[in-house]
Ligand binder design. Structure first.
Ligand code: RIB
Length: 282
């Protein structure tokens, strides 16, 4: 049952409503909400803090019973403020160890490790991790950390971080163009993109602008395994996240918190899965 004065809606603030990963998260949350007679208000922070804050304020105005949040920054100040005002919050798509927030995500360190080891197993040794900036999105930091660990274990392999402002197709296309512009000897022989949207943009740049062959010249792996990953011009190898399950389990945790605000915080971490396709060679 709901708390006095609370509506039968919950808020869901995602980082990028244009990313099919979050569409699938929202679908999972909505299906679980419908089973409980709850509706979901979707907000797109567009990876911008001020938009995230605006949506959280709107959710509060609408007297939502709880909020699912994929945070735009490492700090969780906005989530703390909501909770201080009596609105339960569950983090989606990243964990917050040490905080007392419940959270649902995949183990992104493991995901980064699996991705890098797959490239190393293909005999690649000059890996570029493309996407994000340090200390912004925890899930991206964790993927990079996992990849660094795998590369450190492999003798003679190197890893560089090609940073981008966003995790979009356009940002991927720009990063890919910069790699194409390098002297051949300075190019990586494998790219690990922080998500599939970046990988799509990178693939376009390598193939259209650089006439480079994937994977022969540069192997490419993404992250999320969105539906488009299998239909890119060179089908994309990716690390699958169970997006709909993440959404529905996050809603389940939120419903439990609405029921009992003093419930012990719980973190659910799913295992990432390597989906091999032509872009890394097999
Ligand atoms: O938008 C940020 C990225 O982190 C998404 O593509 C998805 O991978 C999420 O985990």
């Amino acid at each position: 049952q709901l708390r006095a004065g609370r509506s039968t809606t919950v808020g869901l603030a995602v980082l990028d409503a244009g990313n099919p990963f979050f569409t699938d998260v929202a679908r999972g949350a909505e299906d679980a909400a419908a089973e409980r007679g709850l509706a979901v208000l979707l907000g797109n922070s567009d990876e911008r803090k001020q938009r995230e804050d605006a949506y959280l304020a709107l959710f509060e105005e609408q007297r939502v019973s709880g909020v699912l949040l994929s945070p735009t920054s490492e700090t969780l100040a906005s989530a703390e403020r909501l909770r201080e005002r009596g609105i339960p919050v569950v983090l989606v798509d990243r964990t917050a160890p040490g905080s007392d927030f419940s959270a649902v995500a995949v183990d992104d360190v493991r995901g980064g490790d699996i991705a890098a080891r797959h490239l190393l197993d293909q005999g690649r040794s000059r890996i570029a991790f493309v996407g994000g900036r340090p200390d912004v999105l925890r899930q991206v930091d964790d993927r990079l950390a996992g990849a660094r660990g795998a590369v450190d274990d492999a003798r003679g392999a190197t890893l560089e971080h090609v940073e981008t402002d966003q995790l979009t197709v356009l940002a991927g296309r720009d990063a890919g163009a910069a790699i194409v512009a390098r002297k051949p000897a300075d190019r990586p022989d494998a790219i690990f993109a922080a998500n599939d949207l970046l990988a799509v943009g990178i693939m376009q740049a390598l193939v259209m602008m650089g006439s480079l062959r994937i994977p022969d010249d540069i192997a490419l792996i993404g992250y999320d395994d969105i539906a488009f990953a299998q239909s890119t011009v060179v089908p994309l190898t990716s690390i699958r996240q169970p997006a709909q399950l993440i959404g529905s389990r996050a809603l389940d945790l939120l419903a439990a918190l609405i029921e009992d605000p003093n419930r012990v915080p719980e973190t659910i971490e799913f295992e990432p899965e390597l989906i091999v396709r032509a872009s890394t060679g097999e």
